[in-house]
Design a binder for this molecule. Structure first.
Ligand code: DAH
Length: 346
């Protein structure tokens, strides 16, 4: 048995050393070590030899197998290297040629900040709602307590969609604000309600560094039984502190919006000087941030909610303006320009 093993091992070694390709080498692996390979057959044959010869034969067999495995491995590495060298020296493969450059895009700064806003409000239990960009006059104005011919309609210059009329809801407009989603959410989900509604809005405006005909807002709405503006102050302080990752304070000033009563303007601490007063905030220490207030009874009614049972607050801020503040962008037109030189900075 021992002789047989030695003979076979020698034969295998020789063949391996002569193998000229990886395929040949694989054939040899199968021939000697495969399931039906010579060494496997010898291993099975062990049981038929006399007991006293078994240990020595077994040992010799294992030893031979190990050294063949080793040789196969070494030869394989050698052949692989050879093949690679051959490929590299082949004329059709120029290793000095620059590879194909794959450019990856990234999320637009407006969408990045929108996502951050959604995450922070999401953590505070607010749902994220959506509404149509082409709205009826009913949702964009009437239901928000802005009746026809009311001067408040002139606060926002509107794009009307020509020739489009809704059966009962008046003309169709490009929504001038995200506030109509308040009504749609109330109609759909009733009270209590806690949601933010980010989205694109449109105004018929002359374009300059701080005005564009298309921009983004975020609307907020909280309706419940025991709600006050104190809650709004807490929520907004927390929101801005988390967004800007440093302590931020807010203050209220009286303001007028037809859909709230009382209505307020909310200012936040100046991002540059945190309330100290600097050039950016014209030495006031504060920056205007958004409009808000207690939801008007008429608005709750328009949304199908009983104003004697529920009340709530609402707010609306400019997401576009927030992005400009966050990154110190001085011209609103950059954001919608699609100019890669601008976008690649974010
Ligand atoms: N929709 C207003 C605007 O575009 C912003 C606003 C003010 C929204 C007060 C509100 C609010 O919900 O309560 O100017």
């Amino acid at each position: 048995m021992k002789d047989l093993i030695e003979k076979l091992a020698k034969e295998a070694q020789e063949e391996i050393s002569q193998a000229g390709s990886l395929t040949q080498l694989e054939e040899l692996r199968v021939k000697y070590l495969g399931r039906k390979g010579s060494f496997t057959t010898l291993m099975t044959g062990l049981k038929d030899i006399p007991n006293e010869e078994k240990p020595a034969a077994g040992q010799a067999l294992n030893h031979a197998k190990k050294s063949i495995e080793h040789e196969l491995e070494t030869k394989q590495q050698h052949l692989e290297k050879e093949e690679l060298t051959k490929q590299l020296s082949d004329d059709s493969f120029d290793v000095t040629r620059p590879g194909t450059h794959v450019t990856t895009g990234h999320i637009h700064p407006l969408s990045q900040v929108q996502k951050e806003v959604e995450e922070i409000f999401g953590q505070m239990g607010f749902a994220i709602m959506d509404g149509p960009e082409i709205e009826s006059e009913h949702y964009n104005f009437e239901a928000l307590n802005v009746p026809k011919d009311h001067p408040a309609r002139d606060m926002q210059d509107t794009f009307f969609v020509s020739g489009k009329h809704h059966e009962n809801h008046g003309r169709m407009v490009l929504r001038t604000q995200t506030s109509p989603v308040q009504i749609r959410s109330m109609e759909k989900y009733g009270a209590p309600l806690r949601a933010i509604m980010p989205g694109r809005v449109f105004r018929y405006e002359a374009t300059d560094a701080s005005h564009d005909s298309t921009f983004y807002q975020v609307e907020g709405l909280l309706i419940d039984k025991d709600v006050s503006l104190a809650n709004l102050k807490g929520v907004m302080t927390e929101f801005l502190t988390r967004l800007f990752k440093r302590e931020t304070k807010v203050r209220f000033r009286p303001g007028y919006f037809p859909f709230v009563e009382p209505g307020i303007e909310l200012d936040m601490w100046c991002l540059l000087c945190s309330g100290q007063g600097c050039r950016v905030c014209k030495n006031t220490g504060w920056m205007e941030f958004m409009g808000a207030g207690m939801v008007h009874r008429n608005v709750l009614k328009a949304g199908g909610i009983d104003p004697d049972e529920y009340k709530g607050w609402a707010f609306g801020f400019g997401l576009t303006r927030l992005v400009m503040m966050k990154y110190g962008i001085d011209d609103i037109r950059h954001l919608m320009s699609g100019d890669l030189r601008f976008l690649k900075q974010f």
